[in-house]
Design a protein around this ligand. Structure first.
Ligand code: NAD
Length: 266
């Protein structure tokens, strides 16, 4: 078993080229490592090239190759550029994980700043839309592919203190379902994963936002609302993403995979 990726299984993604947005973040890096460990070459996309250096090194240490591209997923020209670079470097793109996302701020809806709302929607919704749109021709040219969008339990539940994030993740669910109806014509499956809190920077930020100065108490409160009694590790999300991208999930399309320790069963 690999200590880095936490998995034991075979190289299901050998020969595939996988693009991951938000690759420098907690979940993005875990996904890059898992996909590389399963044999994929990785196009790693994030805002700053410097932040991607450790990810590229980790992928290489796992015996695969990575190409880092600095790009903003909310900007169409940037998305077109990373797709183009990935195709030129590795000959095509077979798999995409639309993972880049931001949390916005924690504020009652009636006080929520308009500009923050717009930015959260731009990154989390337009970013996923542009990824789906621009990768389609490249995947079609390869005869098909698979896409996983990072939604969240926030895509099927409500919380008036993070309204932009909630709205954005509901929209990611909508985009997943929309694409899943037409993309199979090009041999492309589209699914979403919906994690509960995951141990990354994003949760540290939200804990501080929900209970300023007492993040540990907030974390304990959140964990107590999850039947498994804890947050997810990034590798636990990455494992489901790898499964959905693999041929083992060949009949899975338009699905919403909760990775939430049972949180949404209440
Ligand atoms: N952490 C959680 O508890 C949790 C739970 C459910 C869903 N998610 C989702 O998982 C995804 C990854 O979250 P994370 O926890 O790893 O967060 P993170 O903050 O660790 O990573 C997010 C990454 O996205 C990048 N990014 C932000 N805006 C971008 C842009 N415009 N263009 C390109 N890259 C951009 C950031 O630079 C960062 O590297 C997000 O979509 C998030 O909403 C997270």
């Amino acid at each position: 078993m690999s200590e880095q990726t936490g998995h034991t299984s075979s190289k299901r993604l050998t020969g595939k080229v996988a693009a991951v947005t938000g690759a420098a973040g907690g979940i993005g890096r875990a996904i890059c490592e898992r996909l590389a460990a399963e044999g994929a070459r990785v196009v790693a996309v994030d805002l700053r090239a410097g932040d991607l250096e450790p990810v590229v090194a980790a992928v290489r240490a796992l015996g695969s190759e990575a190409h880092a591209v600095a790009a903003d997923v909310s900007v169409a020209a940037d998305v077109a550029r990373w797709v183009d670079e990935g195709v030129r470097r590795f000959g095509g793109i077979d798999l995409l994980v639309n993972n880049a996302g931001i949390e916005g701020v924690v504020k009652p809806l009636e006080e929520y700043p308009d500009d923050v709302f717009d930015r959260v929607l731009a990154v989390n919704v337009r970013g996923v839309f542009l990824g789906l749109k621009h990768v389609h021709p490249a995947m079609k040219a390869r005869g098909g592919g698979a896409i996983v969008n990072l939604a969240s339990v926030a895509g099927i539940t409500g919380n008036g203190l993070i309204s932009a994030y909630i709205a954005s993740k509901h929209a990611v669910v909508g985009l997943t379902r929309a694409a899943a109806t037409t993309y199979p014509a090009a041999g492309i499956r589209v699914n979403a994963v919906l994690p509960a809190p995951v141990e990354t920077r994003m949760m540290r930020s939200l804990e501080e936002g929900f209970l300023p100065g007492q993040p540990a108490a907030l974390k304990q409160m959140m964990a107590s609302q999850i039947p498994l009694g804890r947050y997810a590790e990034p590798a636990e999300v990455a494992g489901i993403v790898a499964f959905l991208l693999s041929d083992e999930a060949g009949y899975v399309n338009g699905s919403l995979y909760t990775v939430d320790g049972g949180m949404t069963t209440f």
